[in-house]
Design a protein around this ligand. Structure first.
Ligand code: NAP
Length: 463
């Protein structure tokens, strides 16, 4: 894919960027490695100073940063500002808790004294981060903030439709005082990916994106014996039990399915509602979706964004047509979306057969899969019958019951009485085809460190 900013609302190609040449790739890796050798010797205080500065630059220039997101991938301007703030909060988190998460610890071991067996967290080196366009800043900060705190450095390959967002992140760290090479952007063509992963100085690979890209990149990482983490797609179940506050649940579902234009890995994509409250929930949900206002994403009154590109809208259309061909019923809702811009008319799919492809598919846009479950057990069964295992939600006024249902879901995250959250201080990660490994907090920061064991033996002890 060529790197270009194309405004999804106007269709205008605003700016294009040339691919990195092999020489530029080599020079970037040279610099990143050189920076790593110096960066690993810095103190946590020095690292935290840069992160804190980056957080304040983001907050002081929130509007300018947000406009780049809206221009490149069509995010509503209010949501773009929230993403800038969330990115600042992630930076703050490691300023406060990074050193604590990485502090050496002593292990009790038979035959040794209390402080003889130590576990230290050493950085690995240059990490290669491949990131998607749906949260162009959040995704970059989500890997960069914890990893530079740990002493690693990042070489970024961002999605080809958000080149200016990628450059804005590199510029942010530079302005915050980071040395050149701490965060490096490469406009890398796909055929150069292996060159980067194979380089012996590159010690880890983190990808957020689709299953297809995950499988390719993790395959290359395995071939070259590099540690990888994968944050992939999801089809989060949103379970509504009969004792839920049904109106509140329906209102949350409208938000959970449609924020960011429905293009969130943890969107509430599969609404699974027990029979006893299905009709009440569905009526309120339809009403809420019909009220969404599609339009100019820079206008604060707009509540439904265009998709990130015309290709994304065309792909979604093809997926819905396929679902209908397989027997699902598609119902469109609300006023017709504007003809200008890569919009998709909000759609609810029902009567999706359990053996169809649609049942096991992620729809990345304003398309809802709505299922009627007989009861709690049936809802759990439908929820777990998915190749994905990212997030999920359970709605019930009985918190203990909801927590028990949460334990039965085969996912990495479950939120009770709200859609799966995206927070600075709660880890993120999935199971099954949604990937492996974690990002954020102490789990994320430890993904790319060498947990080195250092054992002391008393030199005066017996041989
Ligand atoms: P995608 O096509 O997989 O793109 C993601 C990144 O991978 C982009 O930088 C892309 O670059 C790169 N890429 C794709 N194929 C590649 C290849 N063969 N070699 C090297 N790089 C390659 O993902 P998408 O469809 O745009 O993004 C949406 C997906 O990401 C959804 O499935 C969503 O659920 C998932 N997602 C997951 C999370 C999470 O945390 N679990 C968060 C956000 C999104 P190009 O742009 O150059 O192709």
């Amino acid at each position: 894919m060529a790197y270009a900013t194309t405004n999804p609302f106007t269709g205008e190609v605003v700016k294009t960027f040339p691919n990195a040449t092999p020489e530029e790739v080599d020079a970037a890796l040279d610099q990143a490695h050189k920076t790593f050798l110096e960066w690993r010797e810095t103190s946590f205080e020095q690292r935290a100073e840069i992160l804190a500065k980056a957080a304040s630059i983001l907050r002081e220039n929130k509007s300018e940063y947000a406009q780049i997101l809206t221009l490149e991938m069509g995010k509503l301007i209010g949501e773009a500002e929230l993403e800038v703030e969330l990115s600042a909060q992630m930076l703050d988190y490691y300023v406060k808790f990074g050193a604590e998460a990485l502090k050496p610890r002593f292990l009790p071991a038979a035959g040794f004294g209390d402080t003889d067996v130590q576990l230290v967290s050493d950085p690995l080196g240059v990490l290669f981060a491949v990131e998607p366009w749906n949260f162009p800043y959040y995704q970059v900060i989500r890997i960069t903030a914890p990893q530079v705190t740990a002493g690693n450095v990042i070489v970024l390959k961002h999605a080809s439709n958000v080149p200016q967002s990628a450059l804005a992140m590199v510029d942010l760290f530079r302005k915050a005082g980071a040395p050149e090479g701490l965060l490096t952007n490469l406009f890398l063509p796909h055929d150069q990916t292996e060159r980067v992963i194979a380089d012996p100085r590159v010690r880890g690979v983190a990808l957020t994106g689709s299953e297809k890209a995950g499988s390719i990149i993790a395959g290359l990482a395995a071939k070259h014996l590099k540690k990888s983490t994968l944050e992939l797609g999801g089809a989060d179940a949103f379970i509504v039990l009969e004792d839920a506050d049904v109106e509140k649940a329906a209102d949350w579902a409208v938000f959970g399915r449609h924020w960011n234009g429905g293009q969130v890995c943890v969107s509430s994509k599969r609404l699974i509602v027990v029979d006893a409250v299905f009709d009440k929930f569905a009526a309120r949900y339809r009403e809420g979706v019909a009220k969404l206002v599609a339009g100019d994403p820079t206008d604060a009154k707009t509540t439904l964004a265009p998709l990130s590109s015309q290709q994304a809208a065309d792909d979604l259309k093809a997926q819905v047509e396929k679902a209908v061909a397989e027997g699902a019923k598609a119902e469109t809702l609300g006023a017709a979306v504007p003809e200008q811009g890569s919009f998709y008319q909000p759609t609810i799919l029902t009567e999706i057969s359990e053996d169809s492809e649609a049942f096991h598919t992620e729809f990345f846009g304003p398309v809802t899969q709505l299922y009627r479950a007989k009861d709690e057990d049936d809802a759990v069964r439908i929820a777990n019958d998915s190749p994905f295992g990212l997030g999920g939600s359970v709605f019930s006024q009985d918190i203990h019951r909801a927590q028990a249902v949460a334990r039965r879901l085969d996912t990495g995250m479950v939120y009770i009485n709200q859609p799966t959250g995206v927070k600075a201080d709660i880890p993120f990660g999935g199971v099954k085809n949604s990937g492996y490994g974690h990002e954020l907090v102490d789990l994320g920061i430890k993904e790319f460190v060498n947990e080195k064991v250092v054992v002391v033996t008393d030199i005066n002890g017996s041989f």
